[in-house]
Write a protein that binds this ligand. Structure first.
Ligand SMILES: [Ca+2]
Length: 618
């Protein structure tokens, strides 16, 4: 193409775009698609909607919507700003209908800095769009449902070989003494009876769900290499012990979920052994990904998890494999009354299997909880058709960097938290598995270099944050440990840090007693050098959490949503201390004062590594 022709063409395009109300370069970015990340039903008559826009300049967003068969009645609804990160500002809203939500056409009006833009199906324009988004129909099974009981609940993770050894009679051969250093191979003898005998301890932490790492028969101490999916490992106990554990937990209003390792089997799983023995003739040859026969292990000529020969990957395109693991999944609910599954390496498994698995599990126990392991954004498994929750390692990354190692400042922490919050729908958010650590990470206290003040601040954040906070066994006792296997030490019952344990009990009790802390929406309200604050809100009931993550005392002014005319004091939920709200001075601004309506402010002094939780007094 000639250079001159090129310029002519550009001008032509610009003119056409201008006629259609589209400047060639729109000064903003706005993203919405009529897909489940951005629009989904919470019941047949209600839709939740989200849109994100480039952070700068945008201040409001309105949705215009109507039924395709009733074009003349157009409605408008202002969306609410739910937060922003370094790049984006997010708006969301809920639309209610008098009939099943269907045939909804819509577009957005976005404004800021005295300008207005429109977002329709074909992008941004400066005039009303000609093509609209459309939401077609809400079928019953499209509705995103998470188990109600799980919202905001508290989890406790146990590595059974290391929790408590109640029954010496079932110890595996060569068991080491309880205070030994964990290696990849050694066994400590912990068992299900041990867990049953320590349920009072777990209960005292206000736990709602116990999650056990794998308990099925397997040659290793971690048991992620399953040999028999239908039996409890004899060193942990038997079916009766599991039934008893579940029964006793249920009596305490605690649910129990097991670890399902379905991505891969163990090397000694009989079908894999059959393939080793019978090669191509084995009826299980297509249960795995065998590259050639005969099967060899060094190096393996079959696919395995992390190239680790003891864990051959299962082939879920094979209907027999699907059938087998759906049977495993439902068997333990029927036989032992467990309440759900944590699914190992779930993000490496064929997602259509999880759809089938979910249907089968929920048909046996409607409110069973399914949690997928993932270390990344897990939203593509949370569209309502696969699992209910994912392990939230993104939460942990931010909390480790900010509270434990101090690698990031408050602004970056705010960015990570807001970004993470907006990866997920409002419903999924309240059942995310928010962890400080697990059997796969160093202990949190070790990452804090043993600094209990830092650890406590992180616990305070975790226990006041939306989602399901998870306690890794022994964290509450002040246990330390480097990456696995060191983070899997036997529970040091003789040396419990009573101060830390009492702190855990206090924070978990607080979460349970205050509605916003458990169920409320999250709004970031304060972010400064070494300090951070946010509100949890539900139906006008606000609880404020303010943290001083620095080694210096800080004098802070925190904005509040309550108006001062209410003449009410604010009370500390920690020690009952009273705070008097003050008027906001003319021109005084706070974090996000341009997107939230603050009505008063509170001054407080926080010593180094201290925090405060306040709300309007009754
Ligand atoms: Ca034992």
């Amino acid at each position: 193409m000639h250079k001159d022709e090129g310029i002519d063409m550009q001008e032509k395009i610009s003119q056409i775009l201008l006629q259609e109300g589209k400047q060639h370069m729109m000064p903003i970015i706005a993203i919405h698609e009529s897909t489940r990340e951005y629009i989904y039903p919470v019941d047949r008559r209600r839709l939740r909607i989200r849109i994100r826009c480039s952070r700068e300049n945008i201040r409001s967003c309105t949705i215009v919507y109507w039924n395709r068969f009733n074009d003349s009645v157009r409605k408008q609804s202002n969306l609410v700003c739910t937060g922003r990160d370094n790049d984006w500002i997010y708006f969301s809203g809920e639309l209610s209908f008098e009939e099943t939500a269907r045939y909804i056409k819509y577009y957005f009006i976005i404004s800021g800095n005295g300008k207005t833009w429109y977002l329709g199906r074909n992008g941004l324009s400066s005039v009303e769009p000609r093509y609209f988004f459309e939401y077609l129909y809400t079928n019953e099974l499209d509705v995103l449902k998470v188990p109600e009981w799980a919202r905001g609940s508290i989890l406790y993770q146990i590595f059974p070989d290391r929790f408590f050894n109640k029954d010496k009679g079932n110890d595996p051969p060569g068991v080491v003494s309880w205070d030994s250093t964990p290696s990849r191979e050694n066994f400590f003898g912990g068992d299900l009876k041990g867990i049953i005998s320590r349920l009072d301890h777990i209960s005292s932490l206000n736990v709602d769900v116990i999650y056990l790492t794998p308990i099925f028969k397997s040659p290793s101490n971690h048991k992620y290499d399953t040999e028999d999916y239908f039996s409890v490992d004899p060193s942990f106990g038997d079916m009766d012990d599991l039934r008893k554990l579940v029964r006793e937990c249920h009596a305490r209003n605690i649910r129990v979920i097991l670890d399902g390792v379905f991505n891969h089997s163990g090397y000694f799983f009989p079908p894999f052994q059959d393939v080793i023995q019978n090669g191509e003739k084995s009826k299980y040859r297509d249960w795995f990904y065998i590259e050639s026969f005969p099967v060899r292990t060094d190096p393996p000529n079959y696919e395995c998890v992390g190239y680790y020969k003891w864990m051959p990957k299962l082939r879920f395109s094979n209907p027999d494999v699907r059938k087998y693991f759906i049977e495993v999944g439902t068997y333990w609910i029927k036989e032992a009354d467990i309440d759900g599954w944590r699914l190992d390496v779930a993000d490496e498994v064929d997602f259509t299997f999880w759809q089938e698995f979910r249907r089968a599990i929920k048909s046996v126990k409607k409110d069973a909880l399914l949690i997928a392991e993932t270390w990344k954004n897990g939203s593509d498994m949370l569209r309502g058709d696969q699992v209910d929750s994912v392990m939230n390692y993104l939460f942990r990354d931010a909390v480790v960097d900010y509270f434990a190692t101090g690698a990031i400042h408050s602004l970056e922490f705010d960015n990570l938290i807001e970004r993470m919050l907006h990866l997920y729908t409002a419903d999924s958010l309240h059942v995310l598995y928010n962890l400080l650590g697990s059997h796969d990470t160093p202990r949190f206290l070790s990452l804090c270099n043993g600094n209990l003040n830092r650890m406590k601040l992180a616990i305070a954040f975790q226990m006041t944050f939306p989602g399901m906070p998870a306690i890794y066994y022994g964290d509450e006792a002040g246990m330390e440990g480097d990456n696995d296997p060191d983070c899997r030490r036997a529970f040091d019952w003789e040396n419990i840090n009573q101060d830390l344990l009492a702190f855990y009990r206090k924070m978990t009790a607080l979460r349970k007693s205050d509605l916003p802390l458990r169920y409320g929406e999250y709004r970031g309200i304060h972010c400064d050098e070494g300090t951070y604050g946010f509100a949890r809100s539900i139906n006008g009931d606000n609880t404020y959490i303010i943290l001083n993550n620095s080694a210096e005392e800080k004098a802070l002014t925190i904005p509040c949503f309550e108006s001062i005319s209410e003449k009410s004091r604010f009370i500390s939920l920690l020690d009952g201390k009273a705070y008097m709200p003050e008027e906001i001075s003319d021109g005084e601004t706070f974090l996000n004062s341009d997107i939230y309506d603050y009505c008063s402010k509170i001054k407080m002094i926080l010593p180094a590594y201290h925090f405060e939780i306040i709300k309007k007094g009754g």
